[in-house]
Design a protein around this ligand. Structure first.
Ligand code: NAD
Length: 742
């Protein structure tokens, strides 16, 4: 039978084994598109219909990966197509959505029950729908190395594996590990996947995959899964009405609530699909999964998370916000001046990305101390199996500590990260500018000083930008590229290229006090400080902020960034903008904390919390500084919902102000910046999506109510009032072309 495919090539050997090699000609990585689904269906038909074929292997022809999974823009388009919720359309749309979103699941079930065995052979990444394809096959082989991984990360974008993933994982591994895998969305190396029973064999290298896959088929691999055999009964906790089941499922539910505060419909549906599916035969179980999947796709949480955390993230990572017409930067040597807390972290991520780094400080000893940070991080990576000794040696070999500014003369980009002191920075930048190449780009990592005010450089006025990292540098994925009044497009493009090269997400921010992310963070901290002065117990503030969706309570966050830093910022703001720019209650609290009690935060083990090693507890003396309600009846009367709303509303409002002032100009950057920069409740899709989802009218009403109750900081800005009046949304009025609804 002669069949041709566009995404696959195929070949049938003398033993009747058909090898389908997946290598999409127009994509750098294989993805599951509608066309690929058609072709997988045709492959199943070919294998079943051709008597010559005894079994089949699916393998990738791409060098680095099996597949990145399903093309998520398909989901986004499905969601958009079902956005019309008018009564006459709602039923038709829901039926269409279910039909379309369950197609992949049906195809995989056909493959599983087609009567001939399939083996999936995996090298490199295999994610989402790719892993589900592998699970539906009868055999799985993986290369045993650090770059080969399988995973089901769907929960991270607000959905869950809806093509049989929940049902097969729960039947193939012990349910506790299975639930963990599904709910955390982490990827597994071959060794871990094999230990969980999710793959059958590991091979040493890519070239061993095909012989091993063929040998599995020649050894009479069964084409019937255990759960399709007569008399199959799930065992252990997979038998939900058993002793083991009773131990696992109530605890799993509690853990889900503890970790998500029930803010994620995708995770909630995942748990339900896993539990209910185990009570049913596979075909019905898959139907249950499909119905939950279609339901979840229609939730605002899934829609917002897919848009921000996948579509917008990809767009920003690909450089959609790069100035046009500027040649790609050719960066080789990066200078970093200041090898302290931030400089050392920047050196590590820069060297990790393959750049040579000159790490300069006031003395060689200080510069070497900065390099030691990279040493410590590489040792950790080796211990955890993320890097080899050779990787670590190469990385460290790329960092050259120095105390001589003349060593910066060959650098293409130089980032200063010295003390946050205008005079120190000005002196250092001037020295750098004297020695740097004329076409080098200079950058400051300042967190508070306007970039334009630092730009008095002799030779690099236009070649100067801000590159604002967040701490800890190796973990935080956001970097703000701060555009000063005189920053040239080339300087901005270079900074964006650099940030993308070190695998972080850049957003463009116009120069303004506090830039973007820190303005909202300060609003979050201020709200918590004022709640304390209202008498709301500290523990309640912390818990409710997390229930609202913030990853860290505001008082714990303040301890991490340093309480004295908040105090300094309040002082500088007062000096620059006058008394009225700071809240007297916050100033009073911070004065007591920092000046009177030396409560500086985690760095001296004493902040809003007391620290002992890795343990912390709220400082018992806090209630003496600011009296806290302790009468249970009064505490009970506090409006918890309102406290939660205050946290999100004040941050979103600050983001809306930044947007109106032009500090951020792109809705995607505002949203992603808020999630990646300060952990703004990810299920909302970001600050502006949060406003859009509740509607500007509701948001403005809420702000007005809070402004009367809690003060003018809640006054909505003119843009919000206008959006409310015209019943408009950020994503409609300011829709970037690349996410327009098709
Ligand atoms: P740090 O005190 O840990 O490090 C500053 C380093 O600069 C020190 O090693 C110091 O020896 C060196 N230095 C000072 N003067 C120098 C000179 N003349 N020449 C060479 N080196 C000199 O400070 P940090 O926390 O790393 O902050 C550095 C910068 O990063 C500041 O501008 C800060 O605002 C900014 N920043 C900090 C954070 C954070 O969370 N700490 C986050 C974002 C940005």
């Amino acid at each position: 039978m002669s069949v041709s495919y566009s995404a696959f090539t195929h070949d049938i050997d003398d033993d009747g084994i058909a090898v389908f090699t997946w290598a999409m000609p127009d994509r750098s990585m294989n993805v599951i598109t509608l066309k690929v689904m058609d072709e997988i269906e045709a492959i199943i038909d070919q294998v079943v219909g051709d008597e010559e074929i005894a079994g089949a292997v699916l393998i990738s022809g791409k060098p680095d990966a099996f597949t990145g999974g399903a093309d998520i823009t398909m989901l986004h388009m499905l969601q958009s197509a079902c956005a019309d919720k008018t009564p006459e359309n709602v039923h038709v749309a829901a039926t269409k959505l279910l039909e379309a979103s369950s197609r992949l699941s049906r195809i995989y079930r056909n493959l599983e029950t087609c009567g001939k065995p399939f083996v999936v052979a995996i090298h490199g990444l295999c994610l989402g729908g790719g892993t589900e394809l592998a699970l539906s096959a009868h055999g799985r082989i993986m290369v045993d190395n650090q770059t080969t991984k399988i995973g089901l990360p769907e929960v991270k974008i607000g959905v869950f594996p809806g093509a049989g993933g929940t049902q097969r994982v729960m039947r193939m591994t012990d349910p506790q590990s299975g639930l963990q895998l599904l709910l955390q969305g982490k990827s597994l190396t071959g060794k871990k996947a094999k230990a969980l029973g999710l793959v059958d064999h590991l091979v040493a290298s890519q070239s061993d995959l095909l012989p091993a896959a063929k040998s599995m088929l020649l050894n009479k691999l069964s084409a019937t899964k255990s759960w399709d055999e007569k008399g199959y009964k799930p065992s252990g906790a997979a038998n939900v009405y058993s002793r083991d089941g009773f131990q696992l499922w109530p605890a799993a539910n509690a853990l889900y609530r503890k970790q998500t505060h029930d803010n994620y419909p995708g995770a909630r549906a995942l748990l339900k699909a896993a539990y209910e599916g185990l009570l049913l035969p596979m075909d019905q179980a898959l139907e249950v999964e499909s119905r939950y999947f279609a339901q979840v796709l229609q939730t605002p949480e899934a829609q917002n998370m897919i848009r921000s955390l996948f579509i917008s993230l990809q767009a920003l990572n690909k450089g959609v916000r790069r100035p046009v017409g500027i040649a790609q930067s050719d960066l080789k040597i990066i200078g970093i001046v200041g090898a302290g807390f931030m400089g050392a972290g920047i050196a590590y991520v820069t060297a990790k990305a393959g750049f040579n780094v000159i790490l300069l400080d006031q003395s060689l000893v200080a510069a070497e101390k900065g390099k030691a940070h990279s040493q410590a991080l590489t040792e950790k990576s080796i211990k955890r199996g993320y890097a080899t000794e050779a990787d670590a040696l190469a990385l460290l070999g790329r960092i050259s500590p120095s105390e001589n500014y003349s060593d910066l003369s060959s650098c293409d980009l130089i980032i200063e990260a010295v003390f946050e002191d205008r005079n120190v920075k000005a002196g250092v930048l001037e020295k750098i500018s004297r020695i740097a190449k004329l076409d080098a780009v200079l950058a400051s990592n300042t967190s508070t000083l306007p970039i334009s005010s630092l730009a008095g450089l002799p030779k690099h006025v236009a070649n100067f930008v801000g590159i604002h990292f967040f701490s800890p540098v190796d973990k935080m994925m956001l970097v703000e590229v701060i555009i000063g009044k005189e920053s040239s497009d080339r300087a901005v493009a270079t900074a964006l290229d650099f940030v993308r090269a070190i695998k972080k997400t850049p957003i463009r921010v116009n120069d303004a006090r506090g830039f973007y992310a820190n303005r909202s963070v300060m609003a979050y901290l201020l709200e918590a400080h004022l709640m304390l002065s209202e008498g709301i117990p500290a523990a309640m503030i912390e818990n409710l902020a997390q229930q609202a969706g913030m990853p860290v309570g505001p008082l714990a966050l303040n301890d991490e960034v340093a309480v004295d830093l908040a105090w300094k910022i309040v002082q500088v703001t007062k000096a620059d903008l006058g008394e009225q720019a700071v809240h007297p209650e916050q100033e009073k609290l911070l004065h007591k904390m920092v000046v009177e009690h030396e409560r500086l935060g985690r760095k001296n083990g004493k902040g809003f919390y007391d620290y002992e090693g890795r343990n912390k507890r709220i400082w018992t003396g806090l209630k003496d500084l600011v009296p806290q309600l302790c009468d249970p009846d009064l505490i009970d009367q506090l409006d918890r919902q309102e406290i939660k709303q205050r946290f999100l509303v004040i941050q979103a409002l600050e983001a809306a102000r930044c947007f109106e002032e032009g500090v951020v100009e792109d809705v995607r950057e505002a949203d992603l910046g808020s999630i990646l920069g300060f952990g703004f409740a990810p299920f909302t899709g970001g600050t502006l999506s949060y406003i859009d989802t509740m509607g500007a009218q509701t948001f403005v009403r809420l702000c007005d109510k809070f402004a009367v109750k809690y003060g003018p900081r809640f006054e909505p800005n003119a843009l919000l009032r206008d959006l409310a009046e015209t019943n408009d949304r950020f994503y409609d009025r300011f829709q970037p072309a690349s996410i327009a609804v098709e």
